[in-house]
Design a binder for this molecule. Sequence first.
Ligand code: ATP
Length: 301
Amino acid sequence: MSEHVIEISNLSRRFGKKQALSDVSLSVPEGCVFGLVGENGAGKTTLLKHVLGFLKPQQGSVRVFGLDPVADPPGVLGRIGHLSENRDLPAWMTVRELIEFTRAFYPKWDPVYAEELRMMFELSLNQKVPTLSRGQLARAGLLVALAHRPPLLVLDEPSSGLDPVVRKDILDAIIRTVVEEGRTVLFSSHLLDEVQRVSDRIAILDQGKLLLTSPLDEVLVSHYQLTIRFLEPQPFFPQLTGALMWSGSGREWKIVCNGQKQELESELELMEAEILDQTAPTLEEIFVARMKSAQRASAQE
Ligand code: ATP
């Protein structure tokens, strides 16, 4: 088997006039926690649906465990635990029935682990699915996605609907178990602090285009935030190599930058500007900076 559990090459998808995915290529190595981020409508769910074989690539290819998920649904879906964006669980079932029903599909179902998860998620066996709150629905969906110990978990916004305290405990517990066992997680989220906390690799999607895919460490070290002071007040921010986003006015500005710092430092020296402070931006600050920079570039096209 390939060491990449998922390989996506030049994937494009259009819905009518809407280009939901545009020439996206990325791979997810085995044992990795891969966070997919992007604004609403960026194409995250569409990408996950291709991984699951629910959508057929219009262009490009998708391989999961080396297989085509559209051509071989049992070979792929049997090895994936999936939590969908709208948690579509059968409405007429109780939690007990949901567990028993799902168990029947998976020979590797682990009843002891399922019960551990049910206790951790505080789900009552007799509660009916339609009476579950959004947070409880997410937990029930996670339970049935996890309890057959799949080698790959595909989670669409797993924390959506969970309150912040529970969210941290649950997501951390899941990810720890899964990764300790050498399994792989691909999840989408718009909670950047959460993505930063648990991911090994990330991808940023913007209007269907891949802005970046990289190990998280590399993303964090290749971006930096500077506070700079110019000799004279600047009516607008000057063009500087690698500057993605800036805020401030007059002489003092804060910038988020990417890439080689030397070139930027020489430019600042020529302008007689001094660096007052340098800090490491969070993933959220990097994300916002990359989005702003992409928006500026597309406005100029
Ligand atoms: P969100 O964070 O809001 O869930 P997302 O990043 O998951 O967004 P997608 O759901 O993949 O984004 O949608 C990408 C784009 O494709 C959106 O503009 C959406 O309206 C459009 N789209 C997705 N599915 C369909 C469909 N079945 N028919 C028409 N348009 C669709």
